[in-house]
Design a protein around this ligand. Structure first.
Ligand code: B12
Ligand code: SF4
Length: 391
């Protein structure tokens, strides 16, 4: 006997509980017309990160993905925000930080498994149903889907905020040709609060709900080229991702959900010692970090960010490693960033290595970094000399 849409929905909600899915919501698969206009304006303003699906029709019309689409089932999984015994960063043994969205097993795999579980249930209830699952890398805007399905509201920091778990949630969805009664969007909202807009160190949140991705530190940690100098002091030890706009949100305060074992962080992986990161081979990087979401751009951005962190911490014990990179690394970004860090740390050893490298370096951008770093070393020397004479 054919099941009623409401009964199928109920059965899926129960299955979601069994699968330990924290939130499930249902939405129609009508095109996201308003979003399309917004995405156009977002593109025109130059605010895209380049990680989004470029085809705006596909991004906003579920039927471009599944022609007979009628409903979308959205899910959210909460992730932890606190570590039991976070390793301590100390002079000579400084550590970097992976954002919480990269703790534990790569969330793409975890959410896809949950969604496949739901799909199996749907096929059991409605044999022959069509369904497609996606998490992050799919064409749809996971946030727009979650908003329509009543998972949470779209915060001024652009994140989906759930009343129960704050914005510390991953999102995913399944498009299906089965009709399912839709849920209502949540009515709660940010109100007068502007904490995230005020706290963003780069002003990337240009207006409530509008992010210039190109200035967002979460994006900038993932780029593979040189990091523009004005951002280097703002990373604060982050190697992958950034989360100030979430950390300051009052809806996120004291939220720490540890019930998904998959997301339990390995402290040595998410707060790794910086110096050993500089030596990693590709294989070692894959073995150590390959299962984390934060490894998807490879080791270069992580190493570049580790060098920036060592420079920012002015870690003198890192000077020999940085000199080796400056002299031997085949990647200009790594040589140039090492030059910057040496300039920051200063001292005669760093200055000698920089002036020597300046004589043989062929890459124009690296040469410029070396010059600027030498200026910084000289400035430091003059300042020290003055202090000595004045004393
Ligand atoms: C590209 C991308 C990025 C880029 C750009 C982020 C951005 N805000 O646009 C960068 C690299 C910066 C990034 C960073 C992060 N990301 Co990201 N990212 C994506 C990705 C792949 C596409 C997002 C996108 O299209 N952005 C373009 C904007 C314009 O669209 P949108 O945010 O999807 O849609 C919303 C707006 O358009 C808004 N909107 C629509 N119309 C209107 C009209 C008005 C007037 C207003 C105000 C708003 C508004 O409402 C929509 C729904 O909320 C999604 C996955 C996916 N497929 O959707 C993950 C995703 C958004 N990222 C996610 C996460 C976890 C992060 C980080 C927290 C990771 C970290 N710690 O570093 C940060 C958060 C930074 C931030 N404030 O957004 C999660 C978000 C979960 C949540 N609770 O919201 C997602 C959904 C991945 C997932 N499946 O879980 N990300
Ligand atoms: S910090 Fe305030 S304005 Fe920003 S998302 Fe949270 S509640 Fe909204």
């Amino acid at each position: 006997m054919k099941m009623e849409a409401a009964e199928i929905k109920k059965a899926l909600q129960m299955e979601a509980k069994r699968l330990k899915i924290d939130k499930i919501g249902f939405a129609s698969a009508e095109p996201f017309t308003e979003l399309k206009e917004r995405l156009k304006r977002h593109r025109e303003a130059g605010f895209e990160s380049g990680f989004e699906e470029p085809d705006l029709d596909k991004r906003t019309d579920p039927r471009k993905i599944l022609p007979e689409a009628r409903s979308i089932i959205a899910i959210a999984l909460a992730y932890p925000t606190k570590m039991e015994q976070p390793p301590v960063s100390k002079p000579g043994a400084y550590r970097g930080v992976f954002c919480r969205a990269s703790w534990g097993e790569d969330y793409h795999n975890v959410l896809k498994r949950k969604l496949e579980g739901l799909k199996a249930k749907l096929l059991e209830l409605v044999p022959g149903a069509a369904a497609t699952v996606m998490v992050d890398t799919g064409a749809l805007s996971d946030r727009a889907v979650a908003e329509r399905a009543g998972i949470g509201w779209s915060g001024k920091n652009t994140s989906i905020i759930t009343p129960e778990f704050g914005s510390w949630v991953y999102l995913g969805e399944m498009i299906t040709d089965v009709h399912l009664p839709p849920d209502q969007p949540v009515t709660e909202a940010c109100g007068d609060c502007t904490a995230c807009l005020d706290a963003c160190p780069t002003g990337a949140l240009v207006a409530p709900g509008q992010l210039n991705s190109r200035a967002c530190l979460a994006y900038l940690t993932q780029t593979k080229g040189f990091l523009a100098p004005e951002y280097r002091d703002l990373l604060g030890g982050y190697l992958y991702g950034f989360e100030t706009c979430q950390a300051v949100c009052p809806y996120n305060r004291k939220k720490n959900f540890t019930h998904h074992e998959e997301f339990t962080p390995d402290p040595e992986k998410v707060r790794p010692l910086l110096k050993p990161l500089l030596q990693l081979s590709n294989r070692e990087f894959r073995e150590r970090f390959g299962s984390m979401a934060g490894s998807w751009r490879g080791k270069k951005p992580i190493q570049r960010n580790a060098i920036i962190a060592l420079g920012r911490f002015r870690d003198r014990t890192a000077v020999p490693d940085l000199i080796r990179l400056l002299k031997e690394d085949p990647r200009p970004v790594i040589r140039g960033t090492a030059a910057w860090a040496l300039g920051r740390i200063g001292g005669p050893e760093a200055a000698d290595a920089l002036s020597l490298a300046g004589k043989t370096e062929r890459d124009q951008k690296v040469k410029e970094e070396i010059e600027k770093a030498l200026d910084e070393c000289r400035g430091e020397e003059t300042a020290n000399h003055r202090t000595y004479r004045e004393a």
